[in-house]
Design a protein around this ligand. Sequence first.
Ligand code: ADP
Length: 173
Amino acid sequence: MDKRIKVGKGDITKMEVDAVVNAANTSLLGGGGVDGAIHRAGGPKILEECRRIVSRQGGCKVGEAVITPAGNLPAKHVIHTVGPVWNGGKNKEEQLLTNCYHNSLSLAVANNCKTVAFPNISTGIYKFPKPLAAQLSIQAMERFLASDSTIKQIIIVCFDEENFRLLTNLQTS
Ligand code: ADP
């Protein structure tokens, strides 16, 4: 695996990186899971900018990404991407999850972010099967990094033991 990809376990709101990625929803106005944690820890600045984006473009589509400042987080930016809700796999969920990783990394590069932390997008409330999500996330990152030299480090911050084990296994295989 590309040496720029690292797997860790913990809370993404603590990461001192150029950008942390948020698994948001299409409204961009906050939710549960990692989204709730990021807004709680980051304070109102993030939501303020999300509201501005909503008034400009009406939220964020599944698979796409937007960027805001990171408020009180130790990170510099938050990239909000909207993962697909798992619906059995017949609604382009795999492509849409891949798009989340690709579009988040493109936006990171466009904003000169060299270090990026990702959560395991869609594997919480959105119920994407964890083994498949793990595989797709690594695949999308490797494909992106193959033609990029801006990103120096991607850290996949796993919150639960199962994702940590899956990602660690993929990293060493
Ligand atoms: P989704 O709606 O995309 O499924 P969730 O926030 O429910 O989003 O879950 C996405 C992943 O984020 C899950 O694997 C969940 O365990 C994880 N997660 C929840 N809180 C945190 C956190 N503070 N840091 C990192 N990952 C988190």
